[in-house]
Design a protein around this ligand. Structure first.
Ligand SMILES: Nc1ncnc2c1ncn2[C@@H]1O[C@H](COP(=O)(O)OP(=O)(O)OP(=O)(O)O)[C@@H](O)[C@H]1O
Length: 190
């Protein structure tokens, strides 16, 4: 199965406000789109629509392939030690076992609720990586990361694309990857 993500003429309404309209996208393997725009313009809402978690006000989304969404709500159980929390997902994902990244090794016994912001983000990225999803939807993946973390995410997305993945990311910070298409949501704002 060749992954594909396609959106046609999307509009989004939150509460009483129409945020954007006329957004169309077509992504094939190895393609990355960087969604930009001011705070509150609707970047997270667009990613949630693409993930199938939010119904668009108008338009359609077609997905072929598994979706992995990374946002500020890490799906890791905050009460469990990190190793157990990652293990829960590894069992559910049923993907081939992958090594825990070295930067998390010394944290495996620490309850997720005690992790720092950057450590939590790294843990969520490790979970995303192990999931083996074809389509990555990344909402502010660089938030809370130091310089090394930022380069690591750039390399992760590059690796994902090389393996025929697709990625849509929303980021305020410049993203360390060449050749991305940019979707400036302000051009579609109502
Ligand atoms: N459940 C909701 N009900 C009503 N309005 C909402 C809801 N969720 C979000 N909004 C509003 O929708 C708008 C867009 O929010 P969204 O989080 O998609 O923007 P964003 O571009 O990702 O912002 P940021 O750059 O600050 O993360 C905001 O004005 C927000 O207040």
């Amino acid at each position: 199965m060749t992954p594909r993500l396609s959106a046609t003429d999307l509009a989004c309404r939150r509460g009483e406000r129409l945020l954007f309209r006329g957004v169309s996208l077509e992504l094939r393997p190895r393609e990355v789109v960087h969604v930009t725009g001011a705070n509150g313009i609707g970047k997270s809402s667009l990613l949630r629509i693409l993930a199938g978690l939010l119904r668009p006000f108008a338009g359609t989304v077609q997905r072929e392939g598994q979706v992995g969404l990374l946002d500020e709500r890490s799906a890791l159980d905050t009460m469990l030690p990190l190793g157990k929390s990652l293990g829960f997902w590894r069992a559910l994902d049923a993907t081939p076992p992958t090594n825990v990244p070295s930067y998390l090794e010394e944290l495996l016994d620490v309850p997720v609720r005690y992790l720092s912001t950057g450590q939590r983000k790294r843990a969520a990225l490790a979970r995303l990586s192990a999931q083996g999803a074809d389509i990555w939807l990344l909402d502010e993946p660089l938030n809370g990361l130091d310089e090394r973390g930022v380069s690591m995410v750039g390399a992760m997305v590059e690796g994902h694309c090389r393996a025929d993945g697709i990625c849509v990311l929303a980021s305020h910070q410049p993203f360390p990857l060449d050749g991305m298409r940019v979707l400036d949501l302000s051009e579609y704002s109502v």
